[in-house]
Design a protein around this ligand. Structure first.
Ligand code: GLP
Length: 244
């Protein structure tokens, strides 16, 4: 695990957006796994600015969403499909068929996980998976108790996660279930890039730093990945001590 502790939240965002932009610029036919949440909003804003300034052509790249709520219409403003459309697809005028979303329509929901895993396989696997972390250490919607061999599947959200995500819902409540790439799905990516900012993530980062392979904090599984980079701002790193 490579840890980068930035001097500020904005520097942490800059580091991550630079890494993503450099991959988009240097690779052809990149398959990029995208995360959502408040943490990623400034990252996508920076990536959009860099792509626009460089007139970079993204048409050869493909994108996979990490997770999606079950029970929202895909046009619902709080769905992750709407999120990525707002923050990336529309600003960059990308073509929606470059994006793959966990299919959460009610028909064939039981097969949706297998279908999504097959789509990732057909794309040649994910090259770079962008990740945030929940305050309870979840990755995607792999909540505490998720196994290391979990694959894309229907997951039940904890009340803590639903409460934390309520701010993204102007009306109505956060759904109780989601379709999420599993821990093993995430670990199959060639590179992992996690960004955590803010004091609300300090406990999860401290636990991640001091434990490994612990289902109570699924993020700890990522430490076994050979190319896992963790970027923190001072607040999210506030409870770890680096003995260097
Ligand atoms: C959601 C998403 C995760 C994200 C997490 C943190 O649960 N499924 O992918 O990392 O929340 O979100 P935020 O950045 O808003 O704290």
């Amino acid at each position: 695990m490579r840890i980068i502790i930035a001097k500020s939240s904005s520097e942490a965002v800059e580091i991550v957006s630079d890494m993503i932009f450099n991959k988009l610029q240097s690779e052809q036919d990149l398959v990029l796994g995208l995360a959502t949440g408040k943490t990623m909003e400034p990252v996508y804003k920076e990536v959009v600015e860099k792509v626009k300034a460089s007139h970079l052509d993204l048409r050869s790249h493909r994108f996979f969403m990490l997770d999606e709520y079950i029970g929202l219409s895909t046009s619902h403003p709080s769905s992750f499909k709407s999120y990525i459309n707002r923050h990336l697809i529309a600003p960059l005028k990308l073509v929606s068929d470059q994006f793959q979303f966990p299919t959460v329509g009610t028909e064939h929901l039981s097969k949706a996980g297998e279908v999504y895993e097959e789509k990732i396989k057909q794309a040649g696997g994910i090259y770079l998976q962008l990740l945030g972390i929940g305050s309870n250490g979840h990755i995607g919607f792999n909540e505490p108790g998720s196994s290391s061999d979990s694959r894309t599947r229907i997951v039940k959200l904890t009340e803590e996660t639903r409460k934390a995500n309520q701010s993204q819902f102007e009306s109505g409540s956060v759904p109780e279930e989601a379709l999420s790439m599993g821990v093993a799905s995430i670990m199959d990516a060639k590179e992992l890039l996690m960004l955590a900012t803010g004091a609300s993530k300090a406990d999860a980062i401290k636990y991640l730093f001091n434990h490994h392979d612990d289902e109570s904090c699924p993020a700890t599984f990522l430490k076994a990945h050979p190319r896992f980079t963790l970027v923190l701002d001072p607040e999210a790193a506030g409870k770890i001590s680096l003995n260097i």
